[in-house]
Design a protein around this ligand. Structure first.
Ligand SMILES: Cc1cc2nc3c(=O)[nH]c(=O)nc-3n(C[C@H](O)[C@H](O)[C@H](O)COP(=O)(O)OP(=O)(O)OC[C@H]3O[C@@H](n4cnc5c(N)ncnc54)[C@H](O)[C@@H]3O)c2cc1C
Length: 470
């Protein structure tokens, strides 16, 4: 057998599973078709770590509750930004009050701590800047925000340091059952393995009858929702400090959340594609005097309500599949990873590694360092004293480190996601070209070979004249 375990897909689920399994004496590889891992986590993900109180599904609630606890511990261990800031759900009509009461009763029945049903006066005590007309609120103190991409990268880096092989830019074409184990065919290789953990969105497992059977998950059209996001700059005066969600009806809400860096994010969920004007109207139900000129950026995403499939019906053969686009998949990923790891470790009867290193290599963030610490680091490496992203104060040293780390960045987006450069008010107009040049130098490539995010995103198509520098 080439591998004991093949993990297909390097999203948050694949990376957290790789981390959990890397604690054991197993020969593991993860196959990802993109240039980078966790590339599909949306840039403007709402980034909320739920606590199991909001969902009507008891299984998801259990996974969220465990996930919330594991994420807090993991973020402390790997120094990933996580802030348990609490979430406030507010309503302004009687029907909404009934729904909040149902949510509260469910949370109490599930034994979720730190959830309170509160009157409008208490709502304004917690968030004085909320705009008018709130009837009731539900406050959950254990809900938080995190940097989801950073968490996925941390899991993957530690897994790689503990021996998991990451095969990037390799697309899995199909999986076939052998007399013992599986054959996984990619566009580059054929691998045999004992166990397959498939986290990619579509089914590619060819059954003994020669068919690929896609299991029914709740993918009904009416479950698809639009999320419009407004990134609000730091100058907006009436910013809310908690995650606040105002529900209008079962399909429409507006939420405001601080981010783990600067500014805040406004999300508008609706069945329709809303315009900027509509979004500002929705947002001003919750916020005071939010204007167009407070908006730094706009994004749109879709998500699917509660469509998760964790299929272990063929676990005796060694096949597990996890798929779906649940709105809280980051929250539940660590809980799913631990569950899968326990099952596999039992089935394969394997032992813990004696030399497992449960530590992420240090990341120095120039903007978070005190003067003394910054000077010490600059004395060791002068590149930490050269600022590349002026908006977010990100140094050349951080960019070089993001490329040279295990599973380092190979694209401009990879550098941006790892360091936070290019997310300031200038949207990268000052630093983009500099990052391209640093990538070319560090990867020993020509700048025409550097891509933005994937194979088809070349930045410079060719030289028009042969200068020494560009
Ligand atoms: C608008 C929106 C807001 C969200 N907000 C939150 C939130 O606030 N809190 C929260 O907990 N969650 C949130 N989520 C959920 C979360 O961001 C995603 O669902 C999660 O990142 C998906 O992770 P994954 O590992 O399951 O899937 P993916 O990230 O899709 O991973 C699958 C991987 O498989 C790879 N792949 C596909 N096909 C192949 C192939 N043939 N061969 C090899 N590799 C392949 C893909 O490139 C991809 O990297 C949100 C999602 C959306 C859309």
């Amino acid at each position: 057998m080439d591998y004991d375990i093949l993990i297909l897909g390097g999203g948050i689920i694949g990376c957290s599973v790789a981390y959990e399994l890397s604690k054991y004496n197993l020969n593991i590889a993860l196959i990802e078709r993109d240039y980078d891992i966790a590339d599909d986590i949306s840039f403007v993900n709402t980034s909320i770590v739920y606590d199991g109180s909001e969902t009507s599904d008891d299984v998801m609630a259990g996974l969220e509750y465990i996930g919330n606890y594991i994420i807090e511990e993991t973020c402390k261990k790997f120094k990933v930004p996580f802030k348990k800031i609490g979430a406030l759900r507010v309503v302004n009509d009687d029907n909404g009050v009934i729904k909040l009461k149902e949510m509260y009763d469910r949370a109490i029945k599930r034994g979720i701590k730190g959830v309170y049903l509160i009157d409008n006066k208490d709502v304004y005590d917690i968030e004085p800047n909320i705009n008018k007309n709130i009837k009731k609120g539900l406050y959950s103190e254990n809900i938080g925000i995190l940097a989801p991409y950073d968490l996925a990268i941390a899991y993957a880096e530690v897994a790689a340091d503990n021996g998991v092989i990451f095969k990037l830019e390799e697309e899995v074409l199909n999986i076939q059952n052998l007399t013992r184990g599986f054959r996984v065919t990619t566009n580059k290789n054929k691998f045999s393995c004992k166990v397959v953990i498939n986290t990619i969105p579509h089914e590619i497992y060819i059954k003994e009858n020669g068919k690929v059977e896609e299991k029914e998950i709740e993918n009904k059209k009416e479950y698809f929702k639009n999320m419009s996001y407004l990134l609000v700059d730091d100058n907006y005066k009436n910013k809310l400090n908690k995650i606040v969600i105002e529900t209008f009806d079962k399909d429409t809400f507006v939420l405001s959340t601080p981010t783990t860096t600067t500014g805040s994010l406004i999300g508008i969920k609706s069945t329709e594609r809303t315009s900027l004007r509509d979004n500002l109207l929705y947002a001003n139900n919750l916020l005071q005097d939010l204007q167009k000129n407070n908006i730094n950026n706009l994004f749109r995403e879709t998500y699917n309500k509660d469509s998760m499939l964790i299929d272990d019906s063929e676990i005796d053969k060694g096949y597990i599949r996890i798929t779906g686009t649940h709105y809280g998949k980051i929250t539940i990923a660590p809980a799913i990873a631990q569950m899968i790891c326990d099952t596999i470790v039992n089935n394969l009867n394997c032992s813990l590694k004696k030399n497992f290193i449960d530590k992420r290599r240090e990341v120095y963030k120039f903007r978070e360092l005190g003067k003394k610490e910054a000077n010490e680091i600059i004395a060791l490496d002068k590149r930490y004293g050269k600022i590349i992203c002026v908006c977010n104060n990100i140094s050349e040293g951080e960019i070089v480190d993001s490329i040279r780390r295990p599973l380092g960045a190979r694209t401009v987006e990879g550098v941006k996601r790892r360091t936070g450069s290019g997310f300031g008010t200038c949207h990268g107009s000052y630093c983009y070209e500099k990052i391209v040049n640093i990538l070319a130098r560090e990867l020993d490539k020509d700048i025409t070979e550097i891509v933005d995010d994937s194979k088809n995103s070349k930045i410079i198509s060719s030289r028009i004249k042969e200068f020494e520098d560009v």
